[in-house]
Design a protein around this ligand. Structure first.
Ligand code: NAD
Length: 504
């Protein structure tokens, strides 16, 4: 396996070097995790949620240290680490701690009229071993949330964190070790793509991947070899639509936060801004004026930090240059100092430009004018991606109507980004933004096998549809079908008869 090096985005110095485990060692780690999954699957849910609680306490106790590690590894501003990485993770832990028992409980289900006399139950059980592969942009949250969800559902987890933020992977292992989880249940295996590939070859029972579309395709094709189910949380090109009746002050500040927080390295960043023609000029003027106040920084000072993965800088620059060549205009001086980019606002953008169709993943906000609701919906949907979106208007009915027409996994009205942090609601993408959902009840279900059990008390000698088939049986089934599913009068009549039969 190739050695990997984590470098500081602030100084370029080596933060950590690591030689990943050999193929044999990887095999051994997976075997041990699998072995521990068997007893964990039998562990009562209350014990699993107690482990979550212990993890929450460990994280709160070690909060300052977590922020220090995130700062060294990513160069981020502390406020970003605190809110988007740590707070988001702890809220999710808290949610599952309180709700997992109910979500995972066996449920009884109704039976259709034709199945009267049978009762139905839906049972969830763990999958076994889950492989989580995570990126560098929110290296704590995007690794820990799927991992703790899978653990809570009763699985063992092998986590392959990003090689760009090795120290965060190490920290996660440490936090888990200090909590009340059995040894070997969650194992962090750090390394580059070759380590990810080796782990997929170990045939986990599910792969949960967060990262780029290009890697998502490779992982899907590797998973197909062994028909391993997978969930892909991929990139985004999120549109923000501002109607003329929006609260302009709020929309301007929302756009700046949406586009520039975490230096635009957020899968749900605002990457395209569409502004109604009536307010286009005054909106831009205010946007630019407010953008001038944003300060570059890291740790305890400033608003937006550096570009974390050095490979991203070329992509950002190429998108800016391509847009300028095709007619977009820069509204602020374009300044780059080492890994820091000052916020870039490009006016008069259009869909011939890379910056409007490909994921930029940097502090760049292209702005385009629209005239009608129809046009805004068309522009927003004219994308290969569909992760998040936002619609801004005081007319909530209109905004709601537009939100429903957008092909996206998530949409906020009069807000940005924070909508995906509600632990109660599912999150995931459409189109090239991936598939599958996590967070909320769906999150736990996606790491479970779902089994439906039907119980018949076994009293009747036989069922009407069993052998031998008879003409009388055929006519009886046909009449039953007519009664149950025919025109209203008959169906209503049948409902009454059924009610009488059920004694209601
Ligand atoms: P990436 O695809 O380069 O890497 C992600 C992970 O995959 C890393 O751990 C990497 O080592 C691993 N990997 C790479 N090649 C592999 C292979 N062949 N087999 C197995 N593993 C392999 O992504 P990144 O640059 O770390 O992250 C940025 C991307 O992630 C952006 O596109 C962003 O939009 C996306 N993202 C999506 C979400 C979401 O929830 N939808 C959230 C955050 C980031």
């Amino acid at each position: 396996m190739q050695p990997v090096i984590e470098t500081s985005p602030l100084t370029g110095e080596t933060v950590k070097e690591l030689t990943p485990p050999s193929l044999e060692d990887i095999h051994d780690i997976v075997l041990k995790a699998r072995a521990s999954s068997e007893s964990w699957a039998q562990t009562p849910i209350e014990v699993r949620t107690d482990a979550l609680k212990s993890l929450r306490h460990v994280m709160i106790d070690r909060l300052d240290e977590i922020i220090d590690v995130l700062r060294r590894s990513t160069g981020k501003v502390d406020m970003e680490s605190l809110t988007s990485d740590v707070f988001a993770t702890i809220s999710m832990i808290d949610y599952y701690e309180k709700n997992a028992a109910e979500i995972l409980a066996v449920r009884s289900a109704k039976a259709s009229a034709a199945l009267i006399g049978n009762s139905f139950f839906v049972e969830r059980s763990p999958l076994g071993l889950v492989l989580v592969i995570s990126p560098w942009n929110f290296p704590l949250q995007l690794a820990m949330v799927p991992a703790i969800t899978a653990l809570t559902a009763g699985n063992a987890v092998v986590l392959k964190p990003s090689e760009v933020t090795l120290s965060v992977g190490e920290l996660i292992q440490d936090l888990i070790n200090e909590s009340e989880y059995p040894a070997d249940l969650l194992k962090v295996v750090s390394g580059g793509p070759d380590v990810g590939e080796a782990l997929i070859n170990e045939k986990p029972d599910k792969i949960f991947f967060t990262g780029s579309v290009a890697t998502g395709k490779k992982i899907m094709s590797a998973a197909a070899e062994n028909l391993i189910p997978l969930e892909l949380e991929l990139g985004g090109k999120d549109p923000m639509i501002v109607f003329h009746d929006a609260n302009i002050h709020r929309a301007v500040h929302g756009a700046l936060y949406g586009a520039f927080s975490n230096a635009g390295q957020t899968c749900v960043s605002v990457e395209r801004l569409y502004v109604h023609e009536k307010i286009y000029e005054p909106f831009l003027e205010k946007l630019v004026k407010e953008a001038r106040r944003i300060k570059l920084g890291s740790g305890k000072s400033g608003d937006i930090g550096p570009i974390i993965d050095p490979r991203q800088k070329d992509i950002i620059e190429s998108h800016i240059n391509d847009a300028l060549e095709k007619g977009a205009k820069a509204t602020l001086p374009i300044e780059r100092r080492d890994s820091f980019f000052s916020p870039v606002i490009l006016r008069d953008a259009d869909h011939t430009m890379k910056v409007m169709v490909e994921e930029t993943f940097g502090p760049v906000l292209p702005v385009m004018m629209f005239r009608t609701e129809e046009e805004a919906v068309g522009l927003a949907n004219d994308s290969e991606y569909g992760l998040n979106a936002s619609v801004w208007s005081r007319d909530i009915e209109k905004a709601r109507r537009v939100a429903s027409r957008l092909v996206t996994g998530n949409c906020a009205i009069n807000n940005v980004i924070i909508n995906i942090s509600n632990p109660h609601t599912p999150f995931g993408g459409e189109k090239k933004s991936g598939f599958g959902r996590y967070h909320g009840p769906e999150g736990l279900y996606s790491f479970c096998r779902t089994k439906t059990i039907m119980i018949n008390r076994g009293v009747l000698k036989k069922e009407i549809n069993w052998f031998p088939y008879t003409r009388a049986g055929y006519i009886a089934v046909k009449n039953l079908m007519k009664i149950l599913h025919g025109k209203n009068a008959i169906r209503d009549g049948a409902k009454k008869v059924l009610k009488i039969l059920k004694g209601k």
